[in-house]
Design a protein around this ligand. Structure first.
Ligand code: ZN
Length: 168
């Protein structure tokens, strides 16, 4: 069963698993135990193979959202995946069928696609180049630029202020 709303949280969670903390690029899925816990919480099996596929999908999606790679690079993640319709409670429900170790990676890519179609251009990288987080812009005007106003927004505003004051 593909739950697109729940999977949007999964998508952001995986995209934002490589934060810069105190100026150092980190990877919250690099630690095996933490990564397995993350996988099982996301509905996965927590295997090493599954983690490898999720990390590969993450790296590709980060590059696609940043505009560094075309979406075509995601094709191998989706290879062999199908959606099977069935009638349930009088309605058609679609069940995702993918190789078990790739199921989670496929769900993440499908969540990216659903978000890109429902809210084109709203998923983007934080405008602070030293930040590696992503955001979904939910403002009416589509003007959100920072992962968080409290951190990156204020920092970047302060920097521009100092640069102007210094005549740059
Ligand atoms: Zn940021």
């Amino acid at each position: 069963m593909v739950d697109v709303i729940a999977d949007e949280g999964l998508l952001l969670s995986v995209l934002n698993s490589t934060p810069v903390i105190d100026g150092v690029a980190t990877d919250s899925l690099a630690d095996g135990a933490r990564a397995r816990a993350w996988l099982t919480e996301a509905g996965g099996a927590g295997t090493d193979a599954e983690l490898r596929h999720v990390l590969a999908a993450r790296d590709l999606l980060q590059a696609v959202v940043r505009g560094q790679r075309p979406a075509d690079v995601l094709a191998p993640v989706l290879a062999g995946a199908t959606r099977v319709p069935a009638v349930r409670d009088g309605q058609i429900a679609w069940t995702l069928s993918a190789p078990p170790e790739r199921d989670l990676a496929v769900r993440i890519v499908l969540a990216w696609d659903a978000l890109a179609k429902a809210s084109p251009g709203r998923l983007r990288a934080c405008a602070n180049e030293e930040c590696r987080l992503f955001l979904v812009d939910r403002t009416k005007a589509g003007t959100a630029r920072w992962c968080s106003m409290a951190t990156c927004g204020n920092r970047m505003k302060a920097r521009r202020h100092y640069q102007r004051a210094a005549g740059h």
